[in-house]
Design a protein around this ligand. Structure first.
Ligand code: MTE
Length: 323
């Protein structure tokens, strides 16, 4: 069920009471948590609350470690998006992603695992603790944000399905439902849907790689990839695939959407790297939100987006060749 809340109507008037109460509890808890982490303006503009599931909203969320950098406003992070399934303009996802049904939601786990299957989100996440992670998000288009996600390590979920020794990569797929995703039925789209991404097994197992189910102390809005998306903070944003319905463990390197579309511009690894330019623009710096035409707020881009602890994953790899 989708609940949109105009500013002058109280949630309690349009939402079943149990749902309303548990959502308030979730927001209050994570609000306290996030306030301690220096978060400002958590209860900003109302966004579509995508998943009223009490099992999720009633959970405790462990506080995130704050960055010494200004948090991006919730308004920017939920209003300026890339989610081509809903159009190519930055405003399209916020306008149209409410057309996607996210409850119920199932995820199919296939490939090199001992325990494959199709799982309802609630069953799949049972026993997994949620925590806040405040991360930089660096888009390949050279803009960046700082976002307080709520989620859990990828490793915790994948481990449940017992990968075999042949599992070398993890492939993720987004929902393919043209009836609800206008970008997927557009004549102008040259993407071969569904959107696909992948990680090497050691990358997926790195503690910084998370699945997110919330942000800014609330459930993930549809435009940000509800109800479950990947967040890999040391890689360009296109690796952080949204609205995941399939996780496949494979022997071979997955063919990720942007690499298939334009291999000379987008690689499989997509590690943030100020020394390897995109063929059409420099990657040495980025526009950090809030940004305007007259004040672009340009800052230097850091290797691995500032997450040096992942460097050992790429020891001996030519990062200019494997971009
Ligand atoms: N996932 C899907 N399914 N479709 C997309 O178009 N865009 C990617 C990534 N995940 C995209 C996607 C890109 S290019 C970026 S920069 C991030 O989502 C943006 O995430 P955000 O909108 O939450 O900031």
């Amino acid at each position: 069920m989708l609940i949109k809340r105009p500013p002058d109507i109280r949630s309690s008037e349009i939402t079943p009471e149990s749902v309303y109460r548990s959502r308030r509890r979730f927001m209050r808890e994570s609000l306290t948590v996030a306030a301690g982490a220096g978060t400002a303006g958590l209860v900003g503009t109302p966004t579509a609350v995508a998943l009223p599931a009490e099992w999720l909203t009633a959970r405790e969320v462990k506080a995130g470690v704050p960055l010494d950098e200004e948090m991006t406003s919730e308004r920017d992070a939920t209003g300026y998006n890339n989610f081509y399934e809903f159009g190519t303009d930055k405003e399209d996802p916020a306008k149209y992603a409410h057309e996607m049904t996210v409850d119920p939601w199932t995820v199919e786990v296939t490939g090199e695992v001992e325990k494959p299957g199709k799982f309802g989100l609630e069953d799949m996440l049972s026993g997994i603790d949620l925590e806040e992670r405040i991360y930089r998000l660096r888009c390949v288009e050279a803009w960046s944000m700082v976002i307080p996600w709520i989620g859990f390590p990828v490793k915790k979920l994948i481990g449940k399905f017992q990968p075999t020794s042949d599992a070398k990569y993890v492939e993720f797929r987004t929902l393919h439902r043209p009836s609800e995703m206008r970008g997927q039925r557009s004549f102008f789209s040259n993407i071969d849907w569904p959107y696909v991404e992948g990680l090497r097994m050691d990358e997926a197992n790195h503690p910084l790689a998370i699945f997110a189910v919330g942000m800014y102390g609330k459930l993930l809005p549809n435009q940000n990839g509800a109800p479950i998306r990947l967040v890999v903070p040391w890689k360009y944003g296109f690796k952080s695939i949204k609205s995941i319905v399939e996780i496949r463990l494979t022997k071979r390197q997955p063919k990720n959407t942007w690499n298939v579309l334009q291999p000379s511009e987008y690689g499989f690894f997509a590690n943030v790297n100020p020394n390897v330019d995109h063929p059409r623009w420099s990657q040495a710096s980025e526009r950090r939100f809030p940004t305007t035409l007259f004040n672009p707020n340009r800052i230097a881009t850091r290797m691995f987006n500032g997450y040096d602890e992942v460097a050992s994953l790429y020891k001996g790899l030519d990062l200019g060749r494997y971009y």
